[in-house]
Design a protein around this ligand. Structure first.
Ligand code: CA
Length: 640
């Protein structure tokens, strides 16, 4: 089953809108000063708790244990706000709030707008943010990632902070920490680069980090032995403590994360933050729900919490004060941490209006921001489908892309059926799904939409609306999926299948997305959804880079070709419909097409791309002309 897999040949050379408040009886507070406003002379605290009849600020010396050193009654302000100004320097104190609702005092809650906290996020902290800036932070600048910094130019590398460094082969000192990923010049046992230096060498443009806001599942006092992906948010505006060298002092995690971001930027990489505003780790006893019971969450007709996240609740972005929270949160991360993009988990839970307000607001601050999300939910939501940021409504999203599950499963088979195969594993019946991904899920005259696996019509307004990928942190990693669905294939054959899968992703239109380590055939040993499965399953074995160096070089070449050639990064649906031409005369199992590079100023005037999804070698007929090999998986070297 030796396969001709891929050939690339060429000829010659704001102001926030106000969502309707579904619980219209609550006043909406429009000020942008909720939470703490600090100066050495005074600290002002504000919380929104419109149903409370009293509120208290508790001040503490330490982040865990001990009683409050003072409890201070707060004053009723406008539009449901409770506030207090303490005219002294409270720097480094910790604080919580309590509210009185229906004649009962609540348990202590952490300020949802808090920007610093102690261990496990149990108490917020008063800090001077200026003290968290590493040396040179004021000069930190996001690097350009192409001539025009368009979303379609992004080649995104999805990585978990701890996975990057925890394996012995990483050669990294600060294992599992922000600072570990900030180490440069680290090497595996064969002397090849690892961690950040490896990512730079691979040539991607953006590092998308799995959640690094403060999440719930890892006990920060025992983080050396605990593992989680972190999709269980607690404090949205604070970095996770287990990735810092000292979770107790709120300044440390902030400073160390900024150090990482600064190092990424100075190494030519941008950073994308994985955000999970769609649910909170706790439901009834979350900070939000204690302050304003039921307001921040959607409920079912019977009064129970609806649960489109399958994690116990779903937030209500269609309610004004949560919409406001989301917008202010992402703006804060961009302004304070210089974040370059966001990936929205279960974006289909959020309403389209909120997502577009986020996009408009962020694009004004940082025009080159990269935004995308999962255009689906995990379970059903009471919010009508036409209002939600679902894949089928993607054309209504301005400047926010959705993941293509059509392409993902077209390439390798359904993630929900382990035996299912895709185009890259010999199931040539998925050809049309792959072609649909190649044209970035837009309108193209040569796509037979009725044969696409999931979507039966185009859903993007243009290639900036799509993220093409073969695998991500969810489900089986690609190498394992191929092995599990095609047990009879040899390792050499699976390697070719893997390379074909990534060749498709990296030559398709729309932004490209790689899961960390797949460029050298990373395995999780068949463990699916390894969110809490520990370091042995999840830690990246950097020695695989040496073992599978041929695949690594091939995928690296693909990344570099993509970045060098705008023909693979067309910017409009019209360009794709006009300049990509599929060849219908090729044998079954072959997808072949030309891109008119000259039309978009590419130095490769005409590009011919072919993928062989059949399980046997094929002889193909090239269009007329004199061609040069750009890249082939059969060992040809790359041509720039
Ligand atoms: Ca935490």
């Amino acid at each position: 089953m030796k396969k001709l897999l891929v050939l690339i040949l060429l000829v010659a050379t704001a102001s926030y809108g106000t969502a309707q408040n579904l619980r219209g009886s609550y006043p909406v507070y429009n000020g942008k000063d909720l939470g703490l406003t600090y100066s050495p002379a005074a600290a002002t605290f504000k919380i929104w708790a419109p149903t409370a009849t009293a509120a208290t600020l508790n001040l503490f010396k330490s982040d865990i244990g001990g009683n409050a050193i003072r409890s201070i009654s707060m004053n009723k302000g406008e539009n449901g706000v409770w506030q207090i100004t303490v005219p002294e320097n409270l720097k480094n104190s910790y604080y919580t709030f309590q509210v009185n609702i229906d004649n009962a005092w609540s348990e202590e809650v952490v300020d949802p707008y808090a920007k610093a906290c102690g261990t496990n996020g149990l108490r917020a902290q008063v800090i001077d943010l200026k003290e968290t800036n590493p040396v040179g932070w004021e000069k930190d600048k996001s690097p350009n990632f192409s001539v025009s910094n368009k979303q379609t130019d992004a080649v995104i590398y999805e990585l978990h902070v701890r996975d990057a460094s925890i394996h012995a082969s990483s050669g990294i000192k600060n294992k599992g920490k922000f600072l570990g990923l900030a180490e440069v010049g680290t090497k595996n046992s064969a002397g090849q680069s690892t961690g950040l230096s490896h990512i730079k060498e691979l040539g991607v443009t953006h590092v998308h980090l799995l959640p690094f806001y403060d999440y719930n599942s890892v006990d920060e006092t025992k983080s050396a032995v605990q593992y989680n992906w972190g999709y269980d948010p607690v404090n949205y505006n604070i970095p996770e403590g287990s990735y810092s060298t000292n979770p107790s002092d709120g300044k440390v995690r902030i400073k160390e994360l900024k150090e990482l971001i600064k190092t990424m930027h100075s190494n030519g990489l941008r950073i994308i933050m994985d955000v999970v505003y769609n649910h909170t780790a706790l439901t009834k006893n979350s900070n939000f729900n204690i302050l304003v019971p039921d307001y921040y969450y959607r409920k079912r007709a019977d009064g129970s919490f609806s649960d489109a996240s399958s994690c116990g609740n779903e937030t209500a972005s269609d309610n004004a004060m949560f919409q406001k929270f989301m917008i202010e949160s992402v703006v804060y991360w961009v302004n304070e941490y210089h974040i370059d993009g966001f990936r929205f988990d279960l974006m289909g839970i959020h309403d389209i209006e909120t997502m577009n307000l986020i996009s408009d607001t962020l694009h004004k601050i940082k025009p080159s921001i990269v935004l995308y999300g999962e255009g689906w939910t995990s379970s059903s939501s009471p919010l009508p489908e036409e209002k939600r940021a679902l894949k089928k409504n993607a054309a209504q999203l301005n400047g926010i892309a959705v993941f293509s599950d059509d392409m993902r499963d077209g390439i390798k088979g359904s993630v929900f059926n382990i035996d299912d195969r895709g185009f890259a594993t010999g199931n040539i019946g998925n050809s049309e799904s792959v072609k649909f991904g190649i044209v970035a899920a837009g309108k193209h005259p040569q796509i037979n939409y009725s044969k696409v696996n999931y979507s039966k019509e185009p859903y993007t307004a243009g290639p900036a609306g799509l993220i093409n990928y073969a695998d991500c942190h969810d489900n089986n990693i690609l190498w394992d999926k191929i092995a599990l669905s095609f047990k009879e294939a040899s390792v050499a054959e699976r390697t070719k299948m893997h390379e074909l899968a990534y060749a498709i992703v990296l030559t398709a239109q729309g932004a490209s997305f790689l899961h960390a380590g797949t460029e050298f055939l990373r395995t999780k040993n068949g463990v699916e959804n390894s969110f809490d499965k520990g370091d042995i399953v999840n830690g990246i074995d950097w020695d695989l880079k040496t073992k599978n160096n041929t695949s690594y070089q091939f995928i690296k070449n693909l990344v570099q070709i993509r970045r060098a050639h705008p023909a693979f990064r067309l910017q409009t649906a019209a360009q794709i419909a006009t300049h990509i031409n599929f060849e219908n005369s090729q044998p079954a199992g072959i997808i072949a097409y030309t891109i008119n590079g000259a039309a978009v100023g590419d130095t490769w005037k005409k590009i011919w791309v072919a993928y062989n999804g059949s399980l046997s070698p094929q002889t193909l007929t090239l269009p007329r002309g004199t061609w040069k090999v750009g890249l082939s998986s059969n060992g040809s070297s790359k041509l720039d």
